[in-house]
Write a protein that binds this ligand. Structure first.
Ligand code: EPU
Length: 439
């Protein structure tokens, strides 16, 4: 992965006040860009965040023959009249999870493809067995290599695929494969995150036939072709929650324009349990502290549960709450690695355990993964020099630095900027004392 563009210097202890605009969701826009491969007609996407991850995906599409034109700051027109290559260069191996989602569209367009495999990462193993098993059930012939996977199919056929776990990526992969497959595909135990529903809305506008039942069953009746589309990506509920946590942790008040309450129900309940509050504004939500902060028990889960990507800012917020909180991570086995720097360098009291201390024994039960955190607070945090290990931990560190007395430096900012649009400008707009220096 590319080097940092710059480091951040943050002087904490200032309540953040003001307004920011929510960006479009990284985890929706990037998949929607992949979906445009399903048609040879032009597609226009609005609300596309200007983040490194989007640049990466557009680079991949360009390799496959996609014409990309930015029509405005957040509006991009993409058109792939002809798929000119069936494979992506190996430089995309281990980079992100997007190439594996291209398998279905590329099979429909060209009958075969070789896509680089996603790499290991600091939050867990993240296998793609569900993706491959589902595509195989739909008739794909798969040769799984060490760095890439080779897939062939004359035409994919509908199948009943039951996912062992409601995986976001596998659900998206099967959706993108099923829309143009022959016959009906049933995906049971599917993920139904708002970003997936947004992908379904876009596909429906393109001509797809998809129903989502309340029991996590998605039924896709394959059609023979899809057309162009104009679509606006949903706001990023991870970015919104991050700014909400920043408002409450610094005892400030931040209005996030574009924030949608219906995508944040579980988050808002957790925030309120801790002492945060929100109010609806004309075009979004405003977040602030409603009372002194108190400990809470939180368990991450699949939608409509508490997102694993909200876990990091909330964990930092809980260091400022009175009492002992428990955060039980049930999606990824290894998503608390970032806690060590918070404890050793900043003075947070976070103890990790392999035990499931939440309401349920999760998939990581008795498997030796440090996936539950006990957080005691409130603890004044000390400024420190921090190195970001992954995207979501990145905002956690920014938030810790915003709370800490003194000036912290943060490196590894390339991870954060993969998923957060212009974080420095947005934080400065709400009064954060943040500057950058060349890396
Ligand atoms: N899993 C398998 N086998 C599979 C697929 C998933 O065992 O074939 C397991 C995973 O290892 C994990 C669980 O199922 O334990 C859930 O993984 P899921 O497939 O839902 O995650 P994903 O699609 O790889 C997306 C987001 C993540 C977000 C998760 C959960 C993207 C590009 N990534 O990952 O976002 O945390 O869903 O909501 O959409 C981020 O944005 O920083 C990020 C990591």
């Amino acid at each position: 992965m590319a080097a940092d563009r710059h480091l951040y210097r943050i002087t904490g202890g200032v309540p953040l006040r003001g307004a920011v605009q929510a960006s479009g969701a990284k985890n929706a826009a990037t998949k929607q860009l992949v979906a445009t491969l399903l048609t040879d007609e032009p597609c226009v996407l609005h609300g596309v965040p200007r983040i490194l991850e989007v640049d990466l995906v557009l680079g991949m599409l360009a390799e496959l023959g996609t014409e990309v034109t930015w029509l405005g700051e957040h509006t991009v027109r993409v058109c792939t009249p002809k798929v000119t290559s069936t494979s992506l260069s190996s430089s995309y191996s281990g980079v992100n999870r997007i190439p594996i989602l291209m398998m279905g569209p590329l099979l429909h367009r060209r009958g075969e493809t070789v896509v680089p495999l996603p790499g290991g990462c600091t939050i867990g193993k993240r296998p793609i067995d569900f993706h491959l098993a589902g595509l195989s059930q739909m008739g794909a012939d798969i040769v799984d290599g060490t760095r890439s996977v080779k897939v062939r199919a004359n035409r994919l056929s509908g199948a009943h695929v039951h996912l062992p776990f409601p995986s976001v990526g596998a659900t998206e992969n099967l959706l993108l494969a099923a829309v143009l497959a022959k016959g009906t595909t049933v995906i049971s135990n599917a993920a139904v995150e708002p970003e997936i529903v947004d992908l379904v809305l876009m596909l429906q506008k393109m001509g797809a036939l998809i129903t989502i039942d309340i029991d996590r069953t998605i039924v896709v009746s394959g059609v023979s072709e899809l057309g162009g589309v104009e679509h606006r990506t949903v706001p990023d509920r991870i970015e919104i929650a991050s700014f909400a946590a920043a408002a409450v942790a610094t005892n400030g008040r931040i209005q996030v324009r574009g924030a949608r309450q219906d995508h944040l129900i579980t988050f808002l309940n957790a925030l309120r349990h801790i002492g945060g509050e929100f109010t609806e504004t004309e075009d979004g939500l405003e977040f602030f502290r409603g009372r002194p902060l108190t400990a809470a028990d939180i368990e991450t889960g699949v939608h409509p549960g508490f997102m694993t990507d909200w876990q990091q800012p909330i964990t930092v917020l809980l260091t400022q709450a009175a009492g002992t909180s428990v955060v039980h991570e049930t999606i990824y086995e290894d998503r608390f690695g970032y806690a060590e720097q918070l404890s050793t360098a900043m003075g947070a009291e976070i103890e990790l355990t392999t035990k499931c201390l939440g309401a349920t024994a999760c998939r990581w039960h008795a498997r030796d993964f440090l996936h539950t955190a006990k957080i005691s607070g409130p603890t004044p945090l000390k400024a420190a020099d921090l190195v970001i290990p992954d995207l979501r931990a990145g905002f956690g560190y920014v938030l810790a630095a915003l709370v800490a007395e003194g000036t912290s430096t943060i490196s590894g900012t390339r991870y954060l900027e993969r998923g957060y649009e212009d974080p420095v400008a947005k934080l400065a707009a709400v009064g954060a004392r943040i500057t950058t220096q060349p890396a």
